[in-house]
Design a protein around this ligand. Structure first.
Ligand SMILES: *Cc1c(COP(=O)(O)O)cnc(C)c1O
Length: 456
């Protein structure tokens, strides 16, 4: 299978050419989905007894299928949390694939895991956690949150008094949906403090005071958000940390989106208190310019994660042998076999240096400020709240929810932009508004202006 033949060389060249074209393209169109039936009609049967051949399949990809995807790094893709992997990281994603590394155990993955750990040291240094802290790369923020929540719950249940109790977590409605979803996975309840704005220590204290005796017994963790996905709001991490310490609760900070901003001097002070966290989630595939998928979970005391996650099995014992002595990423999160998904980030950090990362994140924050100014100057639109991190919520005066939806579809249809509406809660009412989230440093003021001008 690995015999070098002409066909293999040609195919490799074709793939490399595609990658080069994609990496050097400046203005691609935003692709749009088609129904499955339509795609099938275009490409026909692709999985057959004899195969359709690489060249033919690749052409189908280029001609039809790739065009039915949205490039998340397009400068006018400002929906959800976009991404903007560096060219260096994408190239090393190819290298990661070509190297076939099993990233669970040092015995097999030492060189790759070493690189991941170098990148992780930089991320941990941004948090201000003590030297004992460390983390691992996961498939994303959801897996990182789940890994942290399992660790917190197992640690809590080490105390006999809590064995058999169903756990309870407090967070706010600003928390990401994955917190609620992963609470289902580990069968714990979630109590939501009813604020989408900054969750304050006092409010948390008030909520804890209001619990029944039984609820208080079940409460084992508080999840704060370091940059809400919807609006970029950072909870009062310092205040929450102090209460968690006083109440003996596991303090998890979900900074999947906002974590990259720890590198930005202009906003670093907003994260005060994160250095007291028991665990932190950060997604390098969001604001650290890594390709999908790459999340990270960091623990103040990694030994607790190891107790919760280390897998046992007679066929796995060999990995704990002396010759294989080293850091085993599988011990600190939910996955066994894993891609060394921190490797592309390592190469990119090594290539560019951390200063470039700082600048690129600052640019996202600056773009949010620029958008805020343009919105203030434009009589058609108004800010719903001041921009926070790189998120901007604004309304088009006089628009109903369906106007936002139609506008989104129209822009998408034209391949011009992807900007989606969201909801913002004030008091008891949810208002449909428009939202920008900036990640890509190549987005320009002109891009923003063009999008605002399209809201006629
Ligand atoms: C995106 C996000 C997540 C989920 O991360 P995935 O990588 O999509 O799994 C969790 N929390 C926050 C705050 C997020 O922004």
């Amino acid at each position: 299978m690995h015999k070098i033949d002409i066909e293999l060389v040609e195919m490799t060249m074709d793939v490399m050419k595609y990658a080069i074209d994609r990496l050097s393209a400046t203005q691609s169109k935003i692709g749009k989905p088609k129904s499955e039936a339509k795609l099938k009609e275009l490409v026909g049967e692709t999985i057959t007894d004899k195969g359709i051949g690489g060249e033919y399949a690749f052409n189908l990809w280029k001609k039809y299928l790739m065009k039915a995807t949205v490039p998340i790094d397009h400068p006018r893709h400002l929906a959800f949390v976009p991404a903007s992997p560096t060219r260096a990281s994408i190239m090393f994603d190819l290298v990661t694939s070509a190297s076939s590394i099993h990233g669970a155990y040092w015995m097999e993955g030492a060189g790759g895991i070493f690189c991941e750990n170098e990148a992780m040291k930089w991320i941990v240094s941004l948090t201000g956690l003590p030297d004992s802290a460390f983390g691992v790369f996961t498939s994303g923020g959801t897996a990182a949150n789940l890994s942290a929540m399992v660790t917190a719950r197992e640690y809590w249940r080490k105390n006999d008094a809590f064995k058999g109790e169903k756990g309870l977590i407090i967070t706010s409605i600003g928390a990401h949906s994955s917190i609620k979803a992963m609470a289902k996975v580990i069968d714990v309840d979630v109590l939501l403090v009813d604020t989408e704005d900054r969750l304050h220590g006092e409010e948390l204290q008030h909520t804890i005071k209001g619990l029944t005796k039984q609820q208080r017994k079940r409460l084992f963790s508080v999840v704060a958000t370091g940059g809400t996905t919807n609006a970029g709001i950072i909870d009062d991490l310092e205040g929450i940390a102090n209460i968690c310490e006083k109440e003996n609760l596991w303090f998890h900070v979900d900074a999947a989106y906002g974590g990259g901003a720890l590198a930005a001097d202009s906003v670093r002070h907003l994260f005060h208190g994160i250095e007291k966290a028991d665990s932190i989630t950060i997604d390098p595939h969001k604001w650290m310019f890594s390709p999908y998928d790459c999340g990270a979970v960091i623990y103040k005391n990694p030994e607790l994660a190891k107790e919760a996650h280390s897998q046992e099995g007679s066929y796995l014992d060999i990995f704990k042998d002396e010759g294989a002595d080293g850091f085993n990423p599988t011990d600190y999160q939910i996955q066994l076999t894993r891609r060394v998904r921190g490797l592309p980030l390592w190469f990119s950090l090594a290539t560019h240096g951390t200063d470039r990362y700082k600048e690129a994140v600052e640019r996202g924050i600056e773009l949010a400020q620029i958008a805020g100014k343009l919105i203030t100057e434009d009589p058609n639109v108004e800010l719903v709240r001041e921009p926070s991190l790189s998120c901007v919520l604004y309304r088009r005066v006089g628009w109903k929810p369906e106007d936002y939806t139609n506008w989104t579809y129209e822009n998408h249809r034209k391949g011009f932009a992807l900007v989606t509406p969201t909801k913002w809660k004030t008091g008891d009412t949810f208002e449909t508004v428009s939202r920008f989230c900036f990640i890509n440093p190549d987005t320009t003021e002109k891009d923003i202006k063009m999008i605002l001008d399209s809201m006629v």
